[in-house]
Write a protein that binds this ligand. Structure first.
Ligand code: GLC
Length: 632
């Protein structure tokens, strides 16, 4: 029953008179990690339920085990304000602004989101005095206009819940009559929006987002009679409006944990992004009280516990199904895809930084540190390829049976396909981390987000990180082309496309997830370039994007090998395209802020890797071996 009740309460939260109603399906009592926190909010909950006994009904504990959504929906009532209990009322509206007759979000006014600083300095746009910059520079004026439009669109995409901003919808195209779930707030899509707002000094929306999604984490969720692990964050949520008596409405948050999503994909990355954004919130606002809250600490622990749970796996990396991240359709990335590993690594690093050290957290922190060392060693050692390594794989012996095997994963040299031999630059200054690694399977495709995020999180060695950027520079036409940046390279074609994507008509060669170009990746590229001291590379990419994004109406993705066309099925006015662009601009203007968003090499972690490995008695596990991992 506890997990049917989530609680948002803090004296620093904006006073609200809403009762937050949550759809939830309750399943029978299970032995879950959540039960190790039986008193997540004990005193608050009891106090509030008692204080409002006339308004709160106890969540039912004996709901049917497996039922369909509409009939199984019960209402768990949750209070948004711990300390404003006496006057709680249901959040109702007389009028809801509807979009295409489907949408229940009410766009927030620009004023509603303006930061204090901004109100005081209306004339200053994005840190520059509008009246003095680029006065005679038409190009500059145009650039400002593009940025202003982007800000306007970003603000228009804001979703409110009980009159507070809680996120941004994935796309906001007024002409789109079938938005599917693009009118929802996606956790991963909100990250660049959140960063753009934070860097602009508008933190309220991010704080609300973090707290409301935390609330959703505690819900029971069921897909075909099975409940995924506690701690899972939804892929997205929607603010729904339910009619009450007369002309009144009440708002409810309705999450999608994959039970409605196309393909029923598990959003493994959502919780990881949540942790990353929570850390960014603290770093940028300087308000660390949010991450110190007991409910937030519990949220971090639940995500970490879920990811760190023991399984059958032989690798320290996280084993996931296809479609569990930004690429949320079948694309042959099940197993140990780089993107998830890089996010996992950063989320663990963030958790290590944010968890309050005490008796209840010390074992978890130790587990986190051990896992971090193991992941970084595993990725640096086994995912890295450059020309020499590929040549080594090309000459691999196979079927080696011993702990000393060179070809540990039994990769057959035939997997080194002709495209790779042509594509990999001659110079050892260029290289990249492969997309996936498991027994007899090395996915040599270049996945951009995983590689960029490995740079940002220092998952790669300093030399590897630099070499990834060198590769992107060297392969500019392939990765950037007409529009930054290609989601992966190369595309799956012909029989491979049939077999691996299941003949997905959206993921045809050089479209969408299959080699399409996604402008949202610009902000991660910018952050990686700034980290490696190469902002000029990012400037070049941003300038390129700037030339087309506004004119093309901010598409979700582009098609063709060099990103020339707006994607066949691409949404327009895609929020993370807009936010990614704005975030890149802000990062380039404020490199010191960028510095608070990435991670430097942690030598202590690598030292502990030496110890772990030394104990296991493997030959390679010397201090020198680990040092070489640090310094190369
Ligand atoms: C697509 C993308 C996914 C994104 C969603 C909403 O499904 O693959 O990464 O979160 O659209 O924009």
């Amino acid at each position: 029953m506890m997990n049917a009740i989530a609680f948002l309460g803090n004296s620093t939260m904006r006073p609200s008179k809403c009762i937050l109603r949550a759809f939830t399906r309750l399943s029978p009592y299970r032995d879950t990690p959540f039960q190790s926190h039986p008193s997540r909010f004990p005193s608050f909950i009891n106090r509030n339920i008692n204080a409002n006994s006339n308004k709160f009904s106890k969540p039912r504990n004996a709901a049917p085990f497996c039922t369909d959504r509409p009939s199984s929906v019960t209402t768990a009532q949750v209070v948004s304000e711990a300390r404003t209990t006496s006057a709680s009322t249901t959040c109702t509206h007389d009028q809801i602004i509807a979009k295409n007759g489907l949408n229940v979000k009410k766009p927030l006014t620009v004023e509603g989101l303006k930061g204090d600083d901004e109100k005081a300095e209306e004339k200053v746009i994005n840190g520059d005095d509008k009246s003095s910059i680029d006065r005679d520079d038409l190009e500059g004026v145009k650039r400002n206009e593009i940025e202003e439009e982007a800000w306007r669109l970003l603000r228009e995409s804001v979703v409110t819940y009980c009159e507070s901003p809680v996120g941004t919808m994935a796309a906001n195209d007024p002409t789109d009559t079938t938005p599917l779930n693009y009118d929802q707030v996606f956790i991963r899509d909100f990250v660049p929006s959140g960063l753009a707002f934070l860097m602009k000094g508008e933190s309220e929306i991010v704080r609300n987002f973090l707290l409301h999604t935390l609330q959703l984490q505690s819900w029971e969720k069921t897909v075909d009679c099975y409940s995924p692990g506690q701690g899972l964050m939804p892929a997205s949520f929607k603010v729904r409006t339910l009619p009450l008596e007369e002309d009144k409405f009440e708002e409810v948050l309705d999450p999608d944990f994959g039970e409605s999503a196309i393909g029923r994909v598990a959003p493994v990355d959502s919780g990881l992004w949540w942790i990353i954004l929570l850390r960014a919130y603290g770093k940028i606002t300087g308000d660390y009280s949010l991450q110190e809250r007991i409910d937030v600490q519990t949220g971090i622990k639940m995500i970490a516990n879920l990811c760190l749970a023991d399984g059958f796996d032989m690798f320290p990396t996280l084993l996931v199904t296809d479609g569990s991240c930004m690429i949320d359709r079948r694309m042959g990335i099940h197993g140990h895809p780089l993107e998830i590993q890089a996010l996992f690594y950063s989320a663990l690093r963030s958790s290590g930084e944010m968890l309050t050290v005490n008796e209840t957290s010390k074992n978890l922190i130790k587990t986190i540190n051990n896992r971090l060392s193991a992941i970084s060693f595993h990725i640096r050692e086994n995912y890295w390829v450059d020309k020499n390594k590929i040549n080594e794989i090309y000459r691999y012996k196979t079927e080696e049976y011993s702990t000393n095997a060179t070809n540990k994963f039994n990769i057959y040299p035939e997997q080194v396909s002709p495209w790779l031999m042509d594509w990999i630059p001659e110079s050892s200054r260029c290289g990249f981390l492969v997309g996936n690694l498991q027994p007899a399977h090395m996915d040599f495709r270049f996945f951009t987000l995983g590689n960029l995020w490995s740079i940002i999180a220092s998952l790669g060695t300093p030399r590897q990180n630099q070499a990834i950027l060198n590769l992107i520079e060297e392969k500019w036409d392939d990765i950037i082309g007409h529009m930054p940046l290609k989601i992966c390279f190369p595309a799956l074609e012909s029989a491979e496309w049939h077999i691996i994507t299941g003949s997905d008509p959206k993921n045809t060669p050089w479209s969408y997830h299959n080699g399409g170009s996604w402008p949202t990746l610009l902000w991660q590229f910018t952050l990686a370039c700034i980290k490696m001291g190469r902002p000029e590379l990012a400037e070049k990419a941003v300038t390129l994007a700037e030339k087309r994004l506004q004119a093309d109406r901010w598409p979700e993705y582009y098609d063709t090998r060099d990103g020339k066309f707006i994607g066949k099925k691409s949404r327009l006015y895609q929020t993370w395209t807009i936010a990614g662009f704005l975030t890149s601009k802000q990062l380039l203007r404020n490199p010191e802020m960028a510095a608070s968003l990435f991670w430097e090499e942690d030598l202590e972690l690598l030292e502990s890797c030496v110890c772990v490995l030394t104990k296991s008695g493997r030959k390679k596990c010397s201090r020198a071996a680990a040092k070489s991992q640090i310094l190369i």
